[in-house]
Design a protein around this ligand. Structure first.
Ligand code: SIN
Length: 343
C-alpha cells in the first residue's frame, strides 16, 4: 500500500506545526575538516546541534524544533552507557505531550546498531527517525543538511507505529534491516534482501511497505543499565580457536560468529564454539556475506551443538539482540532461538 503525504500548498500556521525533538550525538554530520575539499581527514562530532540546524533552510516551515546535544562522539567509540542514556531520553520525549516525533543525528559507522537497539527498546508509536552524513559539515556538497531536513520531514509526516526509521539519501529504511554498505559513497545505506520502506523528497514522504517483526511498544525488551558481554568472532581460512578460548576465559555471556556463506564454520572454530556452548556461553551463527538468511541447521550443527541461528540479522545486529535477550533472562539455545525467530 502506498501512503503518500504531500505538504499542503498554503503554509501551515507555525503554532500548529509538529513538534520535533532533535537529539544530536556527533558523527560526520557534525564533523569539520581543515578545508572544503577534504572529505576524509576530518574530526567527527565537533559541530553543535544549533549549527547543524542553522545549516538547514526551511526547517521552520516543517516543524517546531526542540534541540538537545546528547553527545559529541565519533560513533565508532559508542559506549554502551550512551545507548542506555539515549534510549531513556527518547522514551521520556515520546511520553511527553509536547513532542510529536524524535530525530537523532548519529555517526554512520554504528548507526545500524543504535537504530536496532532503539527499535527494540523505545516505547512509543510516534516517529523516531535517525539520520547521518557521509561528508563532514565543512565539505563541498555536504550531505548532512539535506539528510537532516528529510529526517525532520519524515518525523513530522510519518504515520505512527513504524518503529525506528533511518532517513538517508532520500530513502527511508527500517532500523532492523538497514546496514552501511560503503566506506565513502553518499548512498551508503541499504536494506539488503528487503529494500527500503519508502522515500522522502522535497517535502513528500511515501511508504511502500511496513516492518512486520515486533518493535517498540510490541517488543518485550526494555532498556537497562546492565549489558551482558557479547563479542563477535569470524570464520575464515586457517582460523584458530584462540579468540574463542580467550573470550570464554574472559567470561563472556555470548558469542556471535560471522560465518561463511550460510553461517558455516571452519571445523576448528566450530569445535571451539561447541566447547564454549558446553560451558554455557550462548553461541549465535550469523553470516559475513552481508545479505540473505542463515538457515537453522538442526541435527548436524545447531541442534547437536547448542547453537542459535541469527536468521536475517547481520552479526552486529545479532549481537544487539543477544545482549537484550540475555539481559532479559532468556537462557538456553531453544529459548534464544525463539527470540531470534520472533525479532
Ligand atoms: C561516525 O560514525 O561517527 C563517523 C563516521 C560517519 O559518521 O560517517
Amino acid at each position: 500500500m502506498n501512503t503518500p503525504v504531500t505538504p499542503s500548498s498554503s503554509p501551515t500556521p507555525a503554532h500548529t506545526l509538529p513538534r520535533i525533538a532533535v537529539l544530536a550525538t556527533g558523527g560526520t554530520i557534525a564533523g569539520a575538516a581543515p578545508d572544503a575539499t577534504n572529505t576524509a581527514g576530518y574530526q567527527a562530532g565537533v559541530i553543535g546541534v544549533g549549527q547543524l540546524l542553522d545549516a538547514v533552510p526551511g526547517l521552520g516551515a516543517i516543524a517546531r524544533i526542540h534541540a538537545e546535544q546528547v553527545a559529541s562522539i565519533d560513533s565508532k567509540d559508542m559506549p554502551l552507557a550512551l545507548w542506555t542514556q539515549l534510549a531513556q531520553r527518547v522514551n521520556a520525549l515520546l511520553a511527553s505531550d509536547d513532542v510529536d516525533g524524535v530525530v537523532i543525528t548519529h555517526g554512520t559507522d554504528t548507526l545500524e546498531e543504535t537504530a536496532y537497539l532503539l527499535h527494540l527498546t523505545v516505547k512509543g508509536t510516534k516517529p523516531v527517525v535517525m539520520t547521518a552524513a557521509m561528508r563532514p559539515a565543512s565539505a563541498l556538497s555536504a550531505d548532512g543538511p539535506l539528510n537532516l531536513l528529510n529526517a525532520v520531514t519524515v518525523a513530522a509526516n510519518a504515520a505512527a507505529g513504524q518503529g525506528v526509521l533511518v532517513a538517508f539519501n532520500n530513502r527511508i529504511h527500517c532500523a532492523r534491516d538497514v546496514t552501511k554498505v560503503s566506506t565513502y559513497a553518499v548512498d551508503a545505506f541499504q536494506s539488503p534482501e528487503v529494500g527500503a520502506l519508502g522515500w522522502v523528497q522535497d517535502g513528500r514522504v511515501e511508504f511502500q511497505r511496513r516492518a512486520l517483526r515486533p518493535h517498540t511498544v510490541d517488543s518485550a525488551f526494555v532498556i537497562g543499565a546492565q549489558w551482558p558481554q557479547v563479542e563477535i568472532v569470524a570464520s575464515y581460512a586457517g582460523v584458530s580457536r584462540a579468540a574463542v578460548d580467550a573470550l570464554v576465559v574472559a567470561g563472556v555471556r555470548g558469542i556471535v560468529v560471522a560465518g561463511t556463506g550460510n553461517g558455516s564454520l571452519h571445523a576448528t572454530l566450530q569445535q571451539a564454539l561447541a566447547d564454549a556452548a558446553a560451558q554455557g556461553v550462548a553461541i549465535v551463527r550469523a553470516s559475513r556475506t552481508g545479505s540473505g538468511h542463515v538457515m537453522r541447521n538442526g541435527a548436524a550443527q545447531d541442534g547437536a551443538l547448542g547453537f542459535v541461528s541469527a536468521g536475517t540479522l547481520n552479526p552486529y545486529k545479532a549481537r544487539v539482540l543477544l545482549m537484550l535477550a540475555l539481559a532479559a533472562g532468556h537462557a538456553g539455545a531453544a529459548a534464544l532461538q525463539q527470540v531470534f525467530d520472533t525479532y
